[in-house]
Design a protein around this ligand. Structure first.
Ligand code: PMP
Length: 439
């Protein structure tokens, strides 16, 4: 892997890096689709795209795209057909549930529902949860809005404190003050990457008779999750943040609430028996609904999306979380050290504790709006970052960034040349007067 050329000025700045991190080159850990894609610069040149937006949506692993392509050739209707390929596809789809269950160490009797994404999965959970829910104010909107807008219980929002310990104590106090059905909490912040202690959160919930739902959208691709060992009742995540961008997500968890709730969508697949004569409702209709995953998967499912998720789970297990953790830690150390050397860059953190972080760095650049930074990085360096409020407006307000911030996030296809290019570009940007980044 060739490192990007650095300017003399940058080499001075990067001296900070060499104190803190080994500057030897680090390659991508595995192959992702589109890794060699070229993008245009305003200079008229082209450059390999440096994708720092994995937290929004990660590229497909080559292994995932291959698995989907192989399944497409045998694709046929799922659940309904007696034809050979319908049976193959149905079997494959149902096996995906077992692969997901193994990947997150689910209980054998947990229900695995394929959803559209994490947002959809949490809306399904909100539909099925009987009673109040406690949430922190640091959550992605996907883990806030479904709870505040329902009629089967209210949302009790707890403000995170400066330290994690105080935050855990505040959750404990809230759950002790009045019973709640559920604590719904993120496993890793989509703004700062800080990882929350799932087992401790689960113990707090369970001590007060509540269940726990873990939003693992930003965790499952980066750290091992065990429903059994961590004591998780419900776990949700998205395929597209797990290197499987084919339109599926997952809700896995205890079946009793799921089976007791009305189907999330009414329609074929969820219904076992439908009659339009002599039924109890005003149209004389009566419907018997399935239990299990089918109850909440009405309509034709996204089979290829589920196959993609299962393939991603298998590919990640093959790589191993030890190696994934090392790769991310090395790149994160390099990025942290590089950003620390850029005077005008201020990192975002929720907690003053020194927590484990996944490959997400939220930051602001003094004198430059987040949009100007993101446009400069794209237009002049071929780097894709996210700017804005990351669907976490209350958190950004808490952090004093009501105008948003910049987020650089990385993963398995990222290499040290990408990180160096980002640090070099930010260094150059901070030498340009605010407002002059687009000469
Ligand atoms: N939770 C977290 C922590 C997230 O980062 C995201 C996506 N940014 C979501 C939920 C929502 O995921 P999706 O858009 O796939 O529904």
């Amino acid at each position: 892997m060739t490192a990007v050329a650095t300017t003399t000025d940058c080499r001075n700045d990067c001296a900070v890096q060499s104190d803190a991190a080994d500057l030897s080159t680090i390659g991508p850990l595995t192959s992702v689709v589109g890794a060699a894609e070229l993008v245009p610069l305003t200079s008229g040149d082209q450059i390999r795209y440096a994708n720092f937006d994995y937290a929004a949506s990660a590229p497909a692993l080559t292994a995932v795209a291959d698995a989907v392509a192989a399944s497409v050739s045998q694709y046929a209707s799922v659940h309904r057909g007696a034809g050979h390929l319908s049976q193959v596809t149905t079997r494959r789809y149902e096996q995906c549930r077992d692969t997901v269950r193994r990947f997150v160490r689910g209980r054998t009797d947990d229900t695995v529902v394929f959803t559209r994404n994490t947002t959809d999965a949490i809306n399904l959970a909100a539909h099925c949860t009987p009673g109040d829910v406690v949430v922190l104010d640091i959550e992605h909107h996907a883990n806030l809005l479904p709870w505040v807008s329902r009629d089967n219980g209210s949302a009790r929002i707890v403000s995170a404190c400066d330290t994690l310990e105080d935050t855990l104590a505040a959750l404990d106090a809230e759950l002790a003050a009045a019973p709640a059905a559920l604590l719904a909490v993120t496993a890793a912040s989509n703004v700062t990457g800080e990882v929350l202690p799932i087992s401790r959160l689960a113990s707090i919930a369970h001590r007060h008779g509540a269940r726990i739902l873990v939003d693992a959208a930003q965790l499952v691709a980066h750290r091992p999750v065990s429903i059994v060992s961590h004591g998780i009742d419900y776990l949700v995540f998205s395929g597209h943040k797990l290197y499987a961008p084919f339109g599926s997500g997952v809700l896995i968890g205890r079946s009793d609430w799921l089976d007791a709730a009305d189907p999330y969508l009414a329609g074929g697949g969820a219904s076992a028996q439908v009659s339009l004569v002599d039924g109890p409702d005003e149209n004389c209709a009566s419907t018997a609904w399935h239990s299990g995953a089918a109850r909440h998967e009405a309509g034709s499912p996204n089979v290829l999306g589920a196959i993609a998720i299962a393939a991603a789970c298998e590919a990640i297990v093959d790589l191993g979380f030890e190696l994934i953790g090392l790769h991310e830690a090395e790149l994160r150390a390099r990025l942290d050290a590089g950003l620390a050397g850029v005077a005008d860059v201020t990192p975002l953190r929720i907690f003053s504790d020194d927590l484990d972080r996944v490959g997400i760095a939220g930051f602001s650049v003094d004198g430059h709006t987040p949009r100007a930074v993101a446009e400069y990085l794209s237009d002049h360096h071929g780097i894709g970052v996210r700017d804005g409020k990351f669907c976490a407006h209350p958190l950004l307000a808490r952090l004093g960034h009501t105008d948003g911030a910049v987020r650089a996030s990385f993963g398995l296809g990222t290499d040290s040349a990408d990180v160096d290019r980002l640090v070099t570009a930010l260094t150059e940007l901070t030498r340009i007067a605010p407002g002059k980044a687009h000469p």
